[in-house]
Design a protein around this ligand. Structure first.
Ligand SMILES: C[S@@+](CC[C@H](N)C(=O)[O-])C[C@H]1O[C@@H](n2cnc3c(N)ncnc32)[C@H](O)[C@@H]1O
Length: 256
């Protein structure tokens, strides 16, 4: 495999162009039924920050968060390396008549925006595709001093989930790496406040029952059990499948 950032970006672009040309991101839908509480948390934080704000969707794909936020935002910009996904997002924005949106092919590790451009950055499953030092640095640079970023990302510590990942390599790019606790800690070098919430451990056990009546009650009970467990036994948080990350108040870059 060729190494270096350009080769990595080209692999990411090609992989995602193929995925989006085939109709969209391949998720194993049955497992994603277990992520509803994480998605709700992400959506509510993003919606709260988007009102009248200048918003960036980072690694937007076809506009995974953009279209829910655009009607609330003053302006919404989406960026992604995949030209196929960006063309699809532009087409959808045209069909929905959303003149306050722009979708641009751009490398998230080297954004073409001036400093202090955005009030809010949101992203779904993007940070774990990036060089995090570059990504956090760019996020801190383009956010206004009172700005915040909200991300929904997979975590990479749970042995059972990693076992499944090892057996389904075609669903992922060779370079992506689900976040580890050190990756979350690293954000503190770039943001004054870093808060992570954790989701989906026992709730994965609800997946086999997803088509039965009572599934939503079972899923809610297991979600409650997960939250109790993460509060009572903090070391278990690393074994969650999903984290929702809030990064507030970017720090000025250190002078070299
Ligand atoms: C797992 S997909 C998530 C896309 C979208 N947020 C969603 O939820 O459908 C990861 C996305 O990251 C994009 N990506 C990977 N590396 C990137 C980079 N360096 N700059 C911008 N986008 C990148 C890919 O093209 C892809 O659209």
């Amino acid at each position: 495999m060729t190494t270096g950032p350009d080769a990595r970006h080209e692999r990411e672009r090609q992989f995602h162009n193929e995925v989006f040309a085939a109709g969209g991101r391949q998720t194993v839908h049955k497992y994603y039924t277990a992520t509803a509480p994480a998605q709700e948390r992400f959506r509510s934080l993003a919606a709260k920050g988007a009102a009248e704000a200048t918003v960036l969707e980072y690694g937007c794909g076809q506009g995974s968060a953009a279209f829910a936020l655009a009607p609330r935002a003053a302006r919404l910009t989406g960026v992604d390396l995949s030209d196929v996904a960006i063309a699809q997002a532009k087409q959808r924005a045209k069909e929905q008549d959303l003149p306050n949106t722009a979708f641009l092919v751009m490398n998230a590790e080297a954004l073409a925006f001036p400093a202090d451009s955005f009030d809010l950055v949101v992203g779904i499953a993007i940070l774990h595709h990036l060089d995090l030092r570059k990504a956090y640095g760019e996020l801190a640079r383009v956010l206004r001093p009172s700005g915040r970023a909200v991300f929904l990302e997979p975590l990479g510590h749970n042995p059972l989930i990693n076992w499944y990942r090892d057996r389904t390599p075609g669903l992922r790019t060779p370079d992506e790496r689900p976040l580890r606790m050190d990756d979350i800690r690293l954000a503190s070098a770039y943001f004054r406040r870093v808060h992570a919430s954790y989701f989906t451990l026992l709730s994965l056990a609800a997946v086999p029952f997803r088509n039965l009546p009572g599934f939503s009650v079972l899923a809610r009970l297991l979600h409650g059990a997960d939250q109790a467990l993460f509060t009572l036994v903090p070391p278990l948080r690393r074994h969650a499948w999903i984290t929702v990350l809030e990064l507030d108040a970017p720090l000025a870059p250190a002078v070299e």
